[in-house]
Write a protein that binds this ligand. Structure first.
Ligand code: ZN
Ligand code: CU
Length: 485
């Protein structure tokens, strides 16, 4: 360090949890020019601003491995639900759903594309490049890395999504994938559980995703089935990865339905075994309820259902479906129809399965939050502090170092986000300063919109984005590309 050097920020006396899983240590951290300039004993150094971090923990900014923030980054760029948790990078375009490419004029979005925008006016980017350009022209508070969605491609290239794609349609979708990858997409996502993609065969997916092989893209999937046929879905996912020669990401891994309680022991054993043969990754969120569009199939298997939004009857957002049906004086199934288009939360997982998957050393943390729901699943605001507080500190599922690794270093390595996910000299300055004894989620199913506690300050690319319980207004987010290791 030269004597004249003045850093932007100096975080003094923090306990450093560096994201690699290594034991914590005490040090000062200097931030300059968007990077971590120094870590160590910096008693002689000066900065524009010094932060007394004694008693606090510094970690890398969290990477949300699974989001639907594609539109939120543009329409709500302060990204308060995310930066308030310490998230500085989001992976978007998941579950087969991406805003782009969408030839103009766009038609009204079919479910589940309407999860991004029920109105449809945000489906305004003809090419994937146009979408990424918009993100660069008007950055959000978080960085992002984006997938292109197979369901979006089916909707734009097929006249009838209720059947497998024909050769010409596959060729057009494949060309779209190739183009999106060239323009900066990090891979393809599928949502084979959803109606517009359920008719796609495994072969269709493989052929559409061919360009991933040459361009080292990722294949991320909301699998065809997470219930009775979850093992077959795993095999399908492995086969797609094997035939393409690319890593697969099993999104929001879970097992659903009363008959499948405890089967995560079986799925994780199979995943572990296959990891010895091909690259397999997985993520999950720390709740035993899922959330997506309101549909008959999902209502049938759930112990309880909460309406998260309804275009037809917005007044029922936040209410139990049982109550709604009673109030409407109709059977449950009819209430489902009358609320459409709509979204819901489904209680259909076993808590022990959730814990087993969370604890699995290869599991990354991804919120799957739905930022445009009227009464969203609490995972949108609470996921990361809930892993650190409730599951880590409270239930002792993992040490702080491991919990942080699952949301930083592990995720950066799996997604190929160079210079992210670790606190080390030269890395990008995505940093969280938190109180490890206090950090906790506050969002609940009854009151889902609530910032967590214990997150003191958050920097994205060296700029504070969250301080003293509020967004700073800074929007230093960058569009990241995948750099496979
Ligand atoms: Zn999904
Ligand atoms: Cu999702």
């Amino acid at each position: 360090m030269t004597r004249s050097e003045v850093f932007d920020y100096l975080i003094r006396g923090a306990e450093v949890v560096d994201g690699t899983g290594a034991p914590r240590y005490e040090a000062d951290i200097a931030i300059a020019g968007g990077r971590i300039a120094r870590i160590g004993d910096l008693s002689g150094a000066r900065a524009r601003e010094e932060i007394d971090a004694r008693g606090l923990t510094a970690t890398p900014g969290f990477i949300d491995a699974h989001t639907h923030d594609d539109r939120a980054m543009l329409s709500d760029g302060d990204m308060a639900p995310k930066v308030s948790q310490g998230v500085t990078t989001v992976i978007g375009g998941n579950c087969g759903i991406s805003l782009a490419p969408m030839p103009q004029p766009a038609r009204a979005p079919v479910p589940p594309l309407d999860l991004l925008d029920a109105g449809g006016q945000w489906f305004r980017y003809a090419r994937f490049a146009d979408y990424l350009d918009a993100l660069r022209a008007q950055p959000a508070a978080t960085n992002c890395a984006m997938l292109v969605g197979h369901t979006t491609l089916r909707v734009i290239e097929m006249d009838d999504v209720g059947r497998p794609a024909r050769a010409a349609e596959i060729a057009r979708m494949r060309a779209r994938v190739d183009e999106a990858l060239q323009e900066g997409a990090i891979g393809v996502s599928t949502g084979l559980a959803y109606a517009p993609s359920a008719a796609a065969t495994t072969e269709e997916v493989i052929e559409v995703c061919r360009p991933l092989s040459g361009r080292q893209g990722l294949y991320c999937t909301h699998m065809r089935d997470e219930g009775d046929s979850v093992m077959a879905s795993l095999e399908e996912t492995f086969r797609i990865g094997r035939e393409l020669g690319v890593p697969v990401v099993i999104s929001h891994h879970k097992v659903v339905g009363a008959a499948n309680r405890g089967r995560s022991a079986q799925t994780l054993a199979r995943i572990r075994e296959q990891m010895g043969r091909q690259p397999v990754c997985l993520d999950c969120y720390p709740y035993n309820a899922s959330s997506t569009i309101l549909s008959h199939d999902l209502v049938d298997g759930a112990a309880r259902v909460i309406v998260t939004w309804s275009k037809a009857m917005p007044q029922f957002a936040g209410r139990d479906l049982d109550e709604v049906a009673r109030e409407l004086g109709c059977p449950l199934a009819q209430a489902v129809d009358r609320l459409q288009p709509a979204g819901a939360i489904y209680f259909r997982m076993d808590e022990e399965d959730v814990r087993r998957i969370l604890r699995f050393d290869e599991t990354m943390i991804g919120s799957d939050g739905l930022p445009h729901d009227e009464k969203p699943h609490p995972r949108l605001w609470g996921t990361f502090p809930r892993v650190l507080g409730h599951y880590g500190r409270g239930l002792g599922l993992f040490a702080l170092e491991q919990a942080v690794h699952k949301m930083t270093g592990l995720t950066a390595a799996r997604f190929g986000l160079a210079g992210r996910g670790e606190l080390r000299e030269g890395a990008h300055a995505d940093v969280v300063l938190l109180d490890a004894g206090e950090v906790a989620d506050r969002a609940t199913f009854a009151q889902p919109v609530a910032p967590s506690i214990g997150i003191h300050a958050v920097w994205t690319n060296g700029q504070p984005v969250w301080r003293e319980g509020r967004s700073t207004g800074a929007r230093p987010g960058q569009v990241l590309r995948r750099v496979p290791r």
